[in-house]
Design a protein around this ligand. Structure first.
Ligand SMILES: [Zn+2]
Length: 103
C-alpha cells in the first residue's frame, strides 16, 4: 500500500476525501485509478459474456433443435436441412460454373 496522501474532490458533492477510493460524504467513486480498474474489469467481463453467448447460441437452427417443444425442434431440423441443401446447391453451382468456364 502506498503512503502517499491523496485528497480528492468528489465530482458529485464537492467534498474532499483523504486516502479513500470513495467519497466520505456520498459514497461516490472518486479514485481515478480505481475507476480505471473497474472500467477494465467491466470490459473484460463484457468480452467473456459475449463469448459465452456465442457458445450458447451458435445459430438459430441449432438453438431450435434443442428447444423443449417438439415443433420448434422440427422447425430447427427443417431449417438445418434447408441450410445444408442450399450449401450443397451452392457448391454444385460453383462447380458447374467452374466447369462451364473451363470448357
Ligand atoms: Zn460525494
Amino acid at each position: 500500500m502506498s503512503k502517499i496522501k491523496t485528497n480528492i474532490k468528489c465530482s458529485k458533492c464537492g467534498v474532499f476525501t483523504e486516502n479513500s477510493d470513495y467519497c466520505k460524504s456520498c459514497g461516490n467513486l472518486i479514485s481515478h485509478r480505481k475507476r480505471q480498474e473497474l472500467k477494465v474489469a467491466k470490459f473484460k467481463q463484457e468480452q467473456i459474456e459475449e463469448v459465452k453467448k456465442e457458445l450458447e447460441n451458435p445459430n438459430l437452427a441449432k438453438r431450435l433443435i434443442k428447444h423443449p417443444f417438439v415443433w420448434y425442434r422440427v422447425a430447427g431440423w427443417v431449417l438445418h436441412s434447408v441450410f445444408l441443401v442450399v450449401s450443397a446447391i451452392g457448391a454444385f453451382l460453383a462447380w458447374f460454373i467452374a466447369m462451364v468456364a473451363a470448357g
